[in-house]
Write a protein that binds this ligand. Structure first.
Ligand SMILES: *Cc1c(COP(=O)(O)O)cnc(C)c1O
Length: 445
């Protein structure tokens, strides 16, 4: 038994035995036989350990300040997963009626759920208020009146935070960096909209102002951007206190903690980042002469991303001559951009390994591609695979847990894969694979 190549990319419970990748002691060949391919395989103990590790990292770094960690459900949400992360002490962040309904169906109390969104419908706000969600994160000025009006209709006081655009730009790609000014999220600090929103909220008895929120992007690997955003929020908090006498009690510093996707990348060191961030917050509070607030965080990718891999079956294998005379082996698998849109959407890179057997064949330059009708349908752009890889082999791609199944589509009318939980009793599907009947059930003729 050995570790797979680049062990830091794989779920903790991954091992290679006689050339076959195993998860939680079960060969992926057997899992593929039972559950079909492609499938997302979830290492449940690994997921729970990551959730616990993130919670402890923030709690330890910020003690004695109160800390809550919300799992950002948009990375991947199912009722079983919500229960596992909740059992590790995380709350659940949602951004739609569907995510909220899933968290509630898991039995999570409304008070342990947050609701985000830049365009929440009145129905979503009603649903949140009816179930007593712990926080609604206000994302625009018109939403203030809307939430106040719906709260009055429900006869409740709505707990709200204000999402602030701090001008800090961080993260892996323009489309996932969310706090620079020219984008759709939040209320501008520099432009004054954030202060306007806070003063309006304080004037409305239907709203209870819990705090300030900032989410600066995704796939961030160091503390600098988080610290800059936190410093900006603490300054806004002090300004608001000076103008109104109200010192808000909580800062939510969002998610965005980066993970490793390819062998040469490494994940964020959350313990070190949390320490540096807490230190920056303490120093700024001291400078401003304000007490430390409570803090909350919203990691999504970092909790579920590395806890899952996707296993595919190889079909067509085709060598292609490149202009420079070299050759690339195109390895087609039975999924693709419908189960992982990230390479096509942001040029995201992944890693892959032959998972079902040993091979003594020399490694060749390969590209793993899907079965969809687009040349951008790439699973892994550049990877070295054994030159004898062939139809019927299994290929496993690590770190597919975040924004894989949750962004999956039925493009080409290919049913979406299931999610198989491993390591929590016998392996079982927690999200069932779609069937052709599922697709046809939506077609009303
Ligand atoms: C997407 C998102 C998160 C989670 O981001 P990750 O990169 O998955 O950690 C947290 N908070 C908000 C508001 C988000 O939009």
């Amino acid at each position: 038994m050995t570790h797979p190549n680049a062990p830091h990319l794989w779920p903790a419970a991954t091992a290679v035995i006689d050339g076959v990748l195993h998860l939680g002691g079960t060969p992926v060949t057997a899992l593929a036989e039972t559950f079909g391919t492609p499938s997302y395989l979830l290492d449940v103990p690994g997921l729970r350990a990551r959730a616990a590790h993130y919670r402890a990292a923030f709690e330890n770094a910020f003690a004695p300040a109160d800390v809550q960690v919300y799992y950002a459900g948009k990375a991947f949400l199912s009722t079983a997963l919500a229960r596992w992360v909740h059992a590790e002490g995380l709350r659940i962040d949602t951004a739609s009626a569907g995510e909220l309904a899933t968290a509630l169906a898991a039995g999570i109390d409304g008070s342990d759920i947050g609701l985000h969104g830049n365009n929440k419908s009145p129905g979503e706000i009603d649903q949140a208020l009816a179930y007593g969600v712990g926080r609604i994160v206000i994302d625009s000025l018109p939403e203030i009146e809307l939430v106040a009006q719906r709260a009055a209709a429900h006869g409740v006081r709505a707990p709200v935070m204000v999402r602030v655009t701090t001008g800090v730009h961080a993260g892996g790609h323009d489309f996932i960096a969310t706090a620079h000014e020219d984008q759709k999220f939040g209320l501008s600090l520099a432009g004054g909209a954030a202060m306007t929103a806070l003063e309006r909220i304080l004037a409305l008895p239907e709203l209870e102002l819990l705090g300030l929120h900032s989410h600066i992007g995704s796939q961030i690997l160091d503390a600098d951007g988080f610290a800059a955003a936190a410093t900006a929020l603490l300054g806004l908090r002090a300004d608001l206190a000076e103008r109104t006498g109200h010192l808000v009690g909580e800062l939510d510093l969002g998610g965005g903690y980066g993970i490793a996707y390819t062998p040469h990348e490494s994940a964020v060191d959350v313990v070190a980042v949390a320490r540096a961030l807490a230190q920056a917050c303490r120093a700024e509070c001291e400078r401003l002469g304000t007490a430390m607030p409570a803090f909350s965080f919203e990691p999504g990718r970092a909790i579920v991303g590395p806890s899952m891999m996707t296993v595919y079956r190889v079909g067509t294998v085709k060598p292609v001559q490149l202009p420079d005379g070299a050759s690339r082996l195109y390895v087609s698998v039975d999924g693709g951009m419908s189960d992982n849109i990230r390479p096509a959407l942001y040029g995201a890179n992944y890693h892959a390994e032959l998972a079902s057997r040993t091979s003594a064949a020399p490694l060749v330059t390969a590209r793993v591609v899907g079965k969809h009708c687009e040349s951008g349908d790439i699973v892994v752009r550049d990877v070295a695979l054994p030159g004898d890889i062939r139809a019927g082999d299994l290929v496993a791609v690590p770190a597919t847990g975040a924004y894989g199944r949750s962004m999956a589509s039925q493009y080409n009318l290919i049913p979406r894969p299931g999610v198989v939980a491993v390591g929590d009793g016998p392996a079982r599907e927690i999200v069932r694979r779609e069937t052709l009947q599922d697709l046809l059930a939506l077609d009303l003729g």
